[in-house]
Ligand binder design. Structure first.
Ligand code: NAP
Length: 234
């Protein structure tokens, strides 16, 4: 049993479909009630796909989702923390929107923490106990090349720290981690579908799922790995 956050479109939708195709049962975190793609998938996959309202920026929403999932399954094997937003925050010259930056942090960084905390009782009953975290090279401090995008970069760097702290706590209890940069995709983070990315979310989902569901030689070392299998410092 897997959970994907931000499953309505972009990478989350492609991951959901890839998991279903591979025979997984999937809880799809639905944030956009009016977006039709998940409903279409459900017609195709029936009971293998359960749509769960999920706003990772809202603690109550995450807890309600966890309670609903606990009603329907005994365990969760794979948690994919995928939901993420860009920050429409302005810039230094025109003025920064701090509420937008805070919201980006709330969703991109605290979202993971909320998810893991709420799902722990279900993950605990799995033998895989896998937590897959969609991060970004934008959160890599030592190789940072941008001169703006504070909210997004800061939130992903902090997300990597959440991953590290969770790893230090939960790895000794048997949890396994995948910290991942999916590459530049034509997702919807700008508000409409991107056109300049290196790949479509459906293409990006293939190496992502192979990494999320496959074995790693060294589960005792947390690594930020990209879609080519290369490792990033973080
Ligand atoms: N696209 C890239 O090139 C790229 C590169 C590196 C890393 N990433 C990471 O990959 C992940 C997926 O990106 P993507 O391009 O697939 O993005 P996307 O197309 O925008 O899909 C993300 C989905 O999550 C939803 N969402 C927004 N806020 C949410 C919340 N509070 N709770 C739950 N879901 C929420 C979005 O809804 P709305 O559309 O309404 O916001 C959207 O449906 C993100 O974590 C992103 O940071 C993306």
């Amino acid at each position: 049993m897997a959970l994907v956050s931000g499953a309505d479109r972009g990478l989350g939708l492609a991951l959901t479909e890839g998991l279903l195709r591979a025979g997984w049962r999937v809880f799809a975190g639905q944030y956009m009630a009016d977006w039709p793609e998940l409903a279409k998938l459900q017609q195709q996959y029936g009971e293998s796909l359960v749509l769960v309202p999920l706003d990772v920026g809202d603690t109550v929403s995450v807890r309600v989702a966890a309670a609903e999932m606990a009603r329907l399954t005994e365990r969760l094997d794979l948690l994919i923390s995928n939901a993420g937003i860009g920050s429409r925050e302005g810039d230094l010259e025109s003025g920064l929107d701090y509420a937008a930056i805070e919201n980006t942090y709330n969703v991109n960084t605290l979202g993971l923490l909320r998810l893991v905390e709420a799902m722990l009782p279900l993950l605990e009953r799995s033998t895989l106990k896998r937590i897959a975290i969609v991060s970004s090279e934008a959160g890599c401090i030592t190789l940072a090349h941008r001169d703006s995008g504070f909210g997004y970069g800061m939130s992903k760097a902090a997300l990597n720290m959440v991953a590290r702290l969770l790893f230090n706590d939960l790895r000794p209890q048997g949890y396994t981690f995948r910290l991942y940069h999916p590459g530049w995709m034509n997702g919807y983070m700008s508000g409409s579908k991107g056109t300049h990315g290196d790949m479509e979310p459906e293409e990006a989902a293939v190496p992502a799922l192979a990494y999320f569901t496959g074995d790693r030689e060294d589960e005792d070392r947390l690594a930020l790995v990209d879609y080519m299998g290369s490792e990033w410092p973080f």
